[in-house]
Design a protein around this ligand. Structure first.
Ligand code: NAP
Length: 253
Protein backbone atom coordinates (compact mmCIF):
# COMPACT_ATOMS: atom_id res chain seq x y z
CA UNK A 1 0.00 0.00 0.00
CA UNK A 2 1.31 3.49 -0.80
CA UNK A 3 0.70 6.64 1.22
CA UNK A 4 -1.36 9.28 -0.55
CA UNK A 5 0.89 11.90 1.06
CA UNK A 6 4.66 11.46 1.20
CA UNK A 7 5.94 13.70 4.03
CA UNK A 8 9.47 13.59 2.61
CA UNK A 9 8.32 15.70 -0.37
CA UNK A 10 8.39 19.50 -0.33
CA UNK A 11 4.70 20.50 -0.10
CA UNK A 12 3.26 22.20 -3.19
CA UNK A 13 3.43 26.01 -3.15
CA UNK A 14 6.60 26.46 -1.08
CA UNK A 15 8.82 29.35 -2.15
CA UNK A 16 12.59 29.82 -1.82
CA UNK A 17 14.57 33.04 -2.30
CA UNK A 18 18.27 32.47 -3.06
CA UNK A 19 20.57 35.50 -3.00
CA UNK A 20 23.54 35.63 -5.37
CA UNK A 21 21.99 32.90 -7.52
CA UNK A 22 23.18 34.05 -10.94
CA UNK A 23 26.41 32.04 -10.72
CA UNK A 24 28.43 29.55 -8.70
CA UNK A 25 27.03 27.94 -5.57
CA UNK A 26 23.86 30.09 -5.54
CA UNK A 27 22.88 29.08 -9.09
CA UNK A 28 23.31 25.42 -8.15
CA UNK A 29 21.23 25.84 -4.97
CA UNK A 30 18.47 27.56 -6.98
CA UNK A 31 18.37 24.67 -9.46
CA UNK A 32 18.43 22.05 -6.71
CA UNK A 33 15.61 23.66 -4.70
CA UNK A 34 13.54 23.96 -7.91
CA UNK A 35 14.03 20.23 -8.54
CA UNK A 36 13.00 19.61 -4.93
CA UNK A 37 9.67 21.33 -5.68
CA UNK A 38 10.18 24.94 -4.56
CA UNK A 39 9.23 27.95 -6.64
CA UNK A 40 12.51 29.84 -6.70
CA UNK A 41 13.44 33.52 -6.77
CA UNK A 42 16.90 33.91 -8.32
CA UNK A 43 18.51 37.05 -6.90
CA UNK A 44 21.38 38.78 -8.68
CA UNK A 45 23.16 42.11 -8.54
CA UNK A 46 25.39 42.57 -11.59
CA UNK A 47 24.72 39.60 -13.90
CA UNK A 48 21.17 39.83 -15.34
CA UNK A 49 21.88 37.58 -18.33
CA UNK A 50 23.32 34.86 -16.10
CA UNK A 51 20.31 35.10 -13.76
CA UNK A 52 17.91 34.85 -16.71
CA UNK A 53 19.74 31.75 -17.89
CA UNK A 54 19.37 30.12 -14.42
CA UNK A 55 15.63 30.89 -14.56
CA UNK A 56 15.36 29.48 -18.10
CA UNK A 57 17.13 26.28 -17.04
CA UNK A 58 14.70 25.81 -14.15
CA UNK A 59 11.67 26.46 -16.38
CA UNK A 60 12.93 24.09 -19.08
CA UNK A 61 13.14 21.38 -16.42
CA UNK A 62 9.49 22.02 -15.49
CA UNK A 63 10.09 24.26 -12.44
CA UNK A 64 8.94 27.76 -11.51
CA UNK A 65 11.39 30.64 -11.12
CA UNK A 66 11.77 34.40 -11.43
CA UNK A 67 14.90 36.57 -11.48
CA UNK A 68 14.95 39.47 -9.04
CA UNK A 69 17.60 42.16 -8.94
CA UNK A 70 18.85 43.59 -5.64
CA UNK A 71 22.24 44.50 -4.27
CA UNK A 72 21.95 42.83 -0.86
CA UNK A 73 24.02 45.60 0.73
CA UNK A 74 21.16 48.06 -0.01
CA UNK A 75 18.38 47.65 2.59
CA UNK A 76 15.78 49.41 0.43
CA UNK A 77 16.54 47.18 -2.54
CA UNK A 78 16.30 44.13 -0.25
CA UNK A 79 12.87 45.22 1.01
CA UNK A 80 11.67 45.68 -2.57
CA UNK A 81 13.06 42.24 -3.47
CA UNK A 82 10.98 40.63 -0.70
CA UNK A 83 7.93 42.59 -1.94
CA UNK A 84 8.52 41.38 -5.51
CA UNK A 85 8.89 37.72 -4.50
CA UNK A 86 5.80 37.82 -2.27
CA UNK A 87 3.79 39.42 -5.03
CA UNK A 88 4.97 36.86 -7.62
CA UNK A 89 4.61 33.72 -5.50
CA UNK A 90 2.33 34.70 -2.56
CA UNK A 91 4.92 34.40 0.25
CA UNK A 92 8.40 33.15 1.15
CA UNK A 93 9.24 29.94 3.04
CA UNK A 94 12.99 29.60 2.56
CA UNK A 95 15.71 32.26 2.46
CA UNK A 96 19.17 31.20 1.32
CA UNK A 97 21.69 33.97 2.01
CA UNK A 98 24.38 32.98 -0.44
CA UNK A 99 25.55 36.28 -2.00
CA UNK A 100 29.13 37.00 -1.05
CA UNK A 101 32.47 38.40 -2.18
CA UNK A 102 36.05 37.58 -1.18
CA UNK A 103 39.19 39.68 -1.46
CA UNK A 104 42.35 38.64 0.31
CA UNK A 105 45.14 40.75 1.83
CA UNK A 106 47.07 40.76 5.08
CA UNK A 107 45.42 42.92 7.73
CA UNK A 108 48.30 45.41 7.55
CA UNK A 109 47.76 45.92 3.80
CA UNK A 110 43.95 45.79 3.61
CA UNK A 111 42.39 48.93 2.09
CA UNK A 112 39.27 50.65 3.39
CA UNK A 113 37.47 50.07 0.07
CA UNK A 114 38.01 46.33 0.18
CA UNK A 115 37.05 45.74 3.80
CA UNK A 116 34.05 48.09 3.53
CA UNK A 117 32.76 46.16 0.48
CA UNK A 118 33.12 42.75 2.17
CA UNK A 119 31.41 44.00 5.34
CA UNK A 120 28.64 45.64 3.27
CA UNK A 121 27.85 42.55 1.18
CA UNK A 122 28.81 39.55 3.33
CA UNK A 123 27.79 40.81 6.78
CA UNK A 124 25.41 43.76 6.38
CA UNK A 125 23.92 42.16 3.25
CA UNK A 126 23.12 39.02 5.25
CA UNK A 127 21.73 41.18 8.04
CA UNK A 128 19.52 43.12 5.60
CA UNK A 129 17.79 39.98 4.31
CA UNK A 130 17.56 38.41 7.79
CA UNK A 131 15.76 41.52 9.09
CA UNK A 132 13.15 41.20 6.33
CA UNK A 133 12.89 37.44 6.75
CA UNK A 134 12.41 37.73 10.52
CA UNK A 135 9.11 39.54 9.96
CA UNK A 136 8.00 38.01 6.70
CA UNK A 137 8.94 34.31 6.41
CA UNK A 138 5.92 32.02 6.71
CA UNK A 139 5.43 29.75 9.73
CA UNK A 140 7.66 26.69 9.43
CA UNK A 141 10.19 28.47 7.22
CA UNK A 142 13.92 27.90 6.83
CA UNK A 143 16.84 30.29 6.73
CA UNK A 144 20.20 29.14 5.42
CA UNK A 145 23.15 31.52 5.71
CA UNK A 146 26.57 31.06 4.14
CA UNK A 147 29.73 31.15 6.20
CA UNK A 148 33.05 29.59 5.17
CA UNK A 149 35.47 27.03 6.51
CA UNK A 150 38.01 29.88 6.78
CA UNK A 151 36.39 30.72 10.14
CA UNK A 152 38.07 27.51 11.35
CA UNK A 153 41.25 27.52 9.18
CA UNK A 154 42.01 31.21 9.87
CA UNK A 155 44.80 31.40 7.28
CA UNK A 156 46.93 34.55 6.79
CA UNK A 157 45.32 36.93 4.28
CA UNK A 158 41.76 35.86 5.11
CA UNK A 159 41.31 38.14 8.15
CA UNK A 160 38.68 40.55 6.82
CA UNK A 161 36.75 37.88 4.89
CA UNK A 162 36.82 35.47 7.85
CA UNK A 163 35.65 38.26 10.17
CA UNK A 164 32.56 38.87 8.00
CA UNK A 165 31.79 35.14 7.96
CA UNK A 166 32.30 34.78 11.73
CA UNK A 167 29.69 37.55 12.05
CA UNK A 168 27.32 35.52 9.85
CA UNK A 169 27.76 32.52 12.17
CA UNK A 170 26.93 34.70 15.20
CA UNK A 171 23.82 36.14 13.51
CA UNK A 172 22.71 32.59 12.66
CA UNK A 173 22.80 31.39 16.25
CA UNK A 174 21.15 34.52 17.67
CA UNK A 175 18.32 34.66 15.11
CA UNK A 176 17.53 30.96 15.61
CA UNK A 177 16.66 31.84 19.23
CA UNK A 178 14.85 35.09 18.43
CA UNK A 179 12.44 33.25 16.10
CA UNK A 180 11.16 31.02 18.93
CA UNK A 181 7.53 30.05 18.39
CA UNK A 182 7.51 30.55 14.60
CA UNK A 183 8.73 27.06 13.66
CA UNK A 184 11.52 28.63 11.60
CA UNK A 185 15.00 27.11 11.61
CA UNK A 186 18.13 29.23 11.06
CA UNK A 187 21.39 27.53 10.09
CA UNK A 188 24.59 28.32 8.22
CA UNK A 189 26.54 26.24 5.74
CA UNK A 190 30.31 26.74 5.84
CA UNK A 191 31.70 25.45 2.52
CA UNK A 192 35.34 24.57 2.06
CA UNK A 193 37.19 25.45 -1.16
CA UNK A 194 34.62 25.04 -3.93
CA UNK A 195 35.24 25.31 -7.68
CA UNK A 196 33.62 28.66 -8.53
CA UNK A 197 34.84 32.04 -9.83
CA UNK A 198 35.19 33.30 -6.27
CA UNK A 199 37.67 30.57 -5.33
CA UNK A 200 39.50 30.04 -8.63
CA UNK A 201 40.09 33.70 -9.57
CA UNK A 202 43.77 34.68 -9.32
CA UNK A 203 45.05 31.20 -8.33
CA UNK A 204 47.51 29.20 -10.44
CA UNK A 205 46.54 25.61 -11.41
CA UNK A 206 49.33 24.39 -9.07
CA UNK A 207 47.91 26.34 -6.11
CA UNK A 208 44.39 25.10 -6.85
CA UNK A 209 45.67 21.50 -6.98
CA UNK A 210 47.58 21.86 -3.71
CA UNK A 211 44.52 23.32 -1.95
CA UNK A 212 42.33 20.52 -3.37
CA UNK A 213 44.73 17.93 -1.93
CA UNK A 214 44.40 19.33 1.60
CA UNK A 215 41.03 17.57 1.75
CA UNK A 216 41.20 13.90 2.77
CA UNK A 217 38.82 13.33 -0.17
CA UNK A 218 41.50 14.84 -2.46
CA UNK A 219 39.34 17.19 -4.52
CA UNK A 220 37.71 20.60 -4.41
CA UNK A 221 34.09 20.93 -3.43
CA UNK A 222 31.58 21.23 -6.25
CA UNK A 223 28.64 23.64 -6.12
CA UNK A 224 26.37 20.55 -6.16
CA UNK A 225 27.98 19.34 -2.90
CA UNK A 226 26.90 22.55 -1.20
CA UNK A 227 23.46 22.52 -2.86
CA UNK A 228 22.88 19.00 -1.48
CA UNK A 229 23.37 20.29 2.08
CA UNK A 230 21.07 23.25 1.39
CA UNK A 231 18.46 20.82 0.08
CA UNK A 232 18.49 18.89 3.36
CA UNK A 233 18.25 22.06 5.48
CA UNK A 234 15.42 23.46 3.32
CA UNK A 235 13.47 20.22 3.06
CA UNK A 236 11.44 17.97 5.38
CA UNK A 237 14.50 16.03 6.60
CA UNK A 238 16.10 19.21 7.99
CA UNK A 239 13.37 20.16 10.42
CA UNK A 240 15.29 19.36 13.64
CA UNK A 241 18.56 21.07 12.67
CA UNK A 242 18.53 24.59 14.12
CA UNK A 243 21.05 27.24 15.14
CA UNK A 244 23.99 25.32 13.65
CA UNK A 245 26.89 26.09 11.35
CA UNK A 246 27.45 22.98 9.25
CA UNK A 247 30.87 22.59 7.64
CA UNK A 248 30.45 21.13 4.16
CA UNK A 249 34.07 20.78 3.15
CA UNK A 250 35.10 17.17 2.54
CA UNK A 251 36.79 17.04 5.93
CA UNK A 252 39.31 19.83 5.37
CA UNK A 253 38.82 21.16 8.93
P1 NAP B 1 30.68 33.45 -7.05
O1 NAP B 1 30.79 32.34 -8.00
O2 NAP B 1 31.62 34.61 -7.13
O3 NAP B 1 29.16 34.01 -7.11
C1 NAP B 1 28.80 35.05 -6.26
C2 NAP B 1 27.32 35.35 -6.42
O4 NAP B 1 27.00 36.41 -5.49
C3 NAP B 1 26.96 35.84 -7.80
O5 NAP B 1 25.71 35.29 -8.18
C4 NAP B 1 26.83 37.35 -7.63
O6 NAP B 1 25.83 37.90 -8.45
C5 NAP B 1 26.34 37.43 -6.19
N1 NAP B 1 26.60 38.73 -5.58
C6 NAP B 1 27.79 39.34 -5.35
N2 NAP B 1 27.60 40.53 -4.78
C7 NAP B 1 26.26 40.67 -4.62
C8 NAP B 1 25.44 41.67 -4.07
N3 NAP B 1 25.97 42.80 -3.56
N4 NAP B 1 24.10 41.48 -4.06
C9 NAP B 1 23.55 40.35 -4.57
N5 NAP B 1 24.28 39.37 -5.11
C10 NAP B 1 25.62 39.53 -5.14
O7 NAP B 1 30.79 32.93 -5.54
P2 NAP B 1 30.54 31.47 -4.88
O8 NAP B 1 31.84 30.79 -4.76
O9 NAP B 1 29.40 30.80 -5.55
O10 NAP B 1 30.15 31.93 -3.40
C11 NAP B 1 28.83 31.85 -2.88
C12 NAP B 1 28.92 32.00 -1.38
O11 NAP B 1 29.69 30.92 -0.83
C13 NAP B 1 29.59 33.29 -0.90
O12 NAP B 1 28.93 33.77 0.25
C14 NAP B 1 31.00 32.83 -0.53
O13 NAP B 1 31.59 33.67 0.43
C15 NAP B 1 30.71 31.45 0.01
N6 NAP B 1 31.85 30.53 0.01
C16 NAP B 1 32.43 30.17 -1.17
C17 NAP B 1 33.51 29.28 -1.13
C18 NAP B 1 34.24 28.85 -2.37
O14 NAP B 1 35.31 28.24 -2.26
N7 NAP B 1 33.71 29.10 -3.56
C19 NAP B 1 33.96 28.76 0.10
C20 NAP B 1 33.32 29.15 1.27
C21 NAP B 1 32.25 30.04 1.21
P3 NAP B 1 26.11 38.97 -9.64
O15 NAP B 1 27.17 38.39 -10.51
O16 NAP B 1 24.77 39.08 -10.28
O17 NAP B 1 26.55 40.23 -8.96
Amino acid sequence: MTNAHDDRQVPHGKVALVTGASRGIGAEIAGRLARDGFSVAVNYAGSPAAARSVVAGIEEAGGRAIAVRADVSDPVAVRHMFDAVESAFGGIDVLVNNAGVMDLAPVGEMTDDIIDRMVAINLKGTFNTLREAAGRLRQGGRIINTSSTVTRLLQPGYGAYAATKAGVEALTAVLSKELRGRGITVNAIAPGPTATDLFLRGKSPELVESIAMTSPLERLGRPADIAAAASVLAGPDGSWINGQTIRVNGGIA
